[in-house]
Ligand binder design. Structure first.
Ligand code: PMP
Length: 360
């Protein structure tokens, strides 16, 4: 019944939920470690929890469909105007709005090999053609992406850092790239993991918005802010682009609890700093463990690492048997690799302990 472009879609494969594995393996949920969805192992900050609790008093009402308080908080935080912000049900929603508003039959989108799975999905769902550009060292090859643009290209997706590879394009290279992209092509710069960048890697894409009205920055509260379950993301762009996204946005797409939580989380610098430091320490713990086991990994700018294990499906099954959930990435064209999220010290240790038996 559905058109061919919908039937051709292979659905997004999320990380296996803890409850599902517990039931499959007959394990206690508390004994399972999940390092599969790049979540924040610290949970959420106290101020955010208080805001969530207070917001529950109003859940019989619809949320503010324009998200005034959260947009106001973002304006204060980033010096942008209300008209430059669109809110999303997670940043996935922003990516889908971009595809919905700018793509369609007879149009195409450019993205990189091994880039985030939602780019091809959103492109296909919009009935557009996806152009996958071969990766360079597992990351974005910006020159090749420029060369891949056709007269029908309307969107370019770039994840910085990229998921699942953790690769990172330095700010000055992105800025030079933007200057070369035709004005009719929207560049979706997906910064889902930007809060994890090392100080020396940080760049300010918001400062580029003035010069590049075809730039859309996409960010999320799911990762460093710890709100994955509440589904809040945001897009920053020119008022013209934001206006178009709002036309395809579902009314009330962000919940009242999510709006309140995100507005509180945005100013909890202590929690963000603690999350950053925990990530740094966990990254060192895991890479030291990989080195001891003689495994290769891709240096990562995010809150996860991609490690070469040989037969990814086999090693993943061996980890699952021991109650450790990571992410196989065969669907990303990397069947020899597994992606593991940085967890608490104890969770990282559990994973490293389980790894030798899974590899054997
Ligand atoms: N972009 C990238 C690169 C991601 O890895 C993810 C999460 N897997 C998202 C966007 C979407 O996350 P969310 O919808 O939770 O904001």
């Amino acid at each position: 019944l559905a058109p061919a472009h919908i039937r051709a879609i292979s659905p997004y494969q999320p990380g296996k939920p803890i409850s599902e594995l517990a039931r499959e393996m007959g394990l206690a949920e508390a004994s399972i470690v999940k390092l599969a969805s790049n979540e924040n192992p610290l949970g959420i900050g106290e101020r955010t929890r208080a805001a969530i609790n207070a917001s529950l008093a109003d859940i019989a009402r619809y949320p503010d469909g324009n998200g005034f308080e959260l947009k106001d908080a973002l304006c204060r935080r980033y010096g942008v105007k209300m008209s430059q912000i669109v809110l999303g049900n997670g940043s996935n929603d922003i990516l889908e709005m971009a595809a919905g508003a700018f793509l369609g039959p007879d149009r195409d989108a450019v993205y990189a090999q091994h880039a985030f799975a939602v780019y091809p999905l959103a492109t296909q769902a919009a009935g557009a053609r996806g152009i996958e550009v071969p990766a360079k060292n597992f990351g974005h090859d910006l020159d090749a992406m420029l060369a891949a643009i056709t007269p029908a290209t309307r969107v370019i997706f770039i994840a910085n850092p990229n998921n699942p590879t953790g690769t990172f394009v330095p700010g000055p290279e992105l800025e030079a790239f933007l200057a070369r992209v035709p004005a009719e092509v929207l560049v979706v710069l997906d910064e889902a993991y930007t809060e994890y960048l090392a100080p020396a890697q940080r760049y300010d894409a918001i400062a580029w918005l003035e010069r590049f009205p075809n730039l859309l920055i996409s960010r999320t509260f799911s990762k460093a802010y710890g709100l994955a379950g509440l589904r809040v993301g945001y897009g920053l762009g020119s008022p013209e682009v934001i206006d178009l996204l709002n036309r395809v946005r579902q009314p009330f797409n962000v919940t009242s609890v999510g709006l309140a939580a995100a507005a509180a989380a945005l100013f909890d610098d202590d929690f963000l700093q603690r999350s950053f430091e925990m990530n740094l320490a966990g990254m060192a713990q895991l890479t030291e463990g990989f080195a001891r086991l003689g495994l290769d990994w891709i240096p990562s700018a995010g809150n996860f690492l991609t490690v070469k294990v040989g037969d990814g499906a086999k090693v993943n099954a061996g980890l699952l048997r021991q109650g450790v959930i990571v992410r196989p990435i065969a669907a990303y064209g990397m069947p020899e690799w597994l992606r593991v999220s940085i967890g608490l010290e104890s969770e990282n240790a559990r994973f490293l302990e389980a790894l030798p038996a899974a590899l054997a």
